[in-house]
Design a protein around this ligand. Structure first.
Ligand SMILES: Nc1ncnc2c1ncn2[C@@H]1O[C@H](COP(=O)(O)OP(=O)(O)O)[C@@H](O)[C@H]1O
Ligand SMILES: [Mg+2]
Length: 275
């Protein structure tokens, strides 16, 4: 099964978590989270290291199932759904997948193989439409001149852009990005943010959920946020209601001041209030 060509006319939430918990060893990296994400929204998941952001995204991406509660993704209940089929409707980019792309695979193929959710080009059937889409995504993520370069020779920033382009290749209904700007230098981060902002502004782009622990990495265009602390929700809702001193102070466990810079295209900054 390939991903959809057009966004499906779903009126139910894209993602619905009802009291979802995930168990790992003796911990609950996701602890009783209830959440509803509607089509077209751009969500940011914020919280300190170890708060459970990646685990939450793995459930949203149908890469992990909850031990308790009910997670419904694109209308399918995890645990009952055909997960392989569901995953073709979801684009995921994050550290969990980075080392799956062979170092000797080309950039063009690393993006193209996302259409079939495989990691190296073998004998899958690709058509002109796939090539057109690949080329469009390479342009969008500034990768056109790198089409023939091997994945193993790319910089960190280039790899991140390849992974996001690849995640978009099957035209997913839900895009999940786990710390897309982690480890990038200032110029590479700002370049990536610019491209993610274009994506956020595109009405045809999928519903997006992105995790970060740096407010500076939130693309203008993000509409909603949720803050996590030790696996539990501190707050969730419209971004300006969540990125507040009070919520972030609770999430990060120290007094934090949040600044919102710019009215129409806000960027967010945070710092400790006192040392
Ligand atoms: N397989 C595992 N076994 C034990 N603990 C785990 C496992 N995976 C994650 N954890 C724990 O779950 C918590 C949340 O991890 P994670 O979701 O990676 O957080 P984040 O992405 O916010 O940094 C951490 O305390 C981590 O140590
Ligand atoms: Mg993480």
């Amino acid at each position: 099964m390939r991903g959809s060509t057009y966004p499906s006319p779903v009126t139910t939430p894209v993602l619905l978590f009802d009291d979802v918990s995930v168990v790992r060893g003796s911990t609950l990296p996701v602890n009783s989270v209830s959440l509803s994400i509607e089509a077209g929204q751009r969500w940011v998941v914020i919280g300190p290291n170890g708060a459970g952001k990646s685990t939450l995204l793995h459930v949203a991406a149908a890469m992990a199932a909850p031990a308790m509660g009910t997670a419904t993704v694109l209308g399918e209940v995890l645990g009952r759904a055909n997960v392989a089929e569901l995953r073709t409707r979801i684009g995921f980019a994050g550290a969990a997948l980075l080392d799956r792309i062979p170092g000797n695979e080309t950039v063009g193929n690393a993006v193209m193989t996302g259409a079939w959710a495989v990691y190296a080009r073998k004998r899958e059937d690709y058509g002109i439409a796939d090539e057109v889409r690949r080329d469009h995504l390479l342009t969008m993520f500034g990768l056109t001149s790198l089409i023939g370069r091997t994945f193993g020779t790319l910089s960190e920033g280039e790899r991140k852009r390849v992974m996001i382009a690849r995640a978009l290749m099957p035209d997913p209904e839900l895009l999940i990005l786990d710390e897309p700007a982690a480890g990038l230098d200032l110029a590479a981060r700002e370049d990536l943010l610019r491209r993610l902002t274009w994506l956020a502004d595109d009405p045809m782009a999928p519903t997006t959920i992105m995790a970060t622990h740096h407010l500076e990495e939130i693309p203008p265009g993000a509409t909603h946020a949720l803050a996590l602390r030790q696996g539990a929700l501190v707050a969730a809702g419209p971004i300006a209601d969540v990125l507040t001193d009070e919520v972030l102070t609770t999430a990060f466990g120290l007094p934090i001041t949040v600044e919102r810079v710019g009215d129409t295209r806000p960027r967010w900054f945070a710092r400790a209030r006192a040392w």
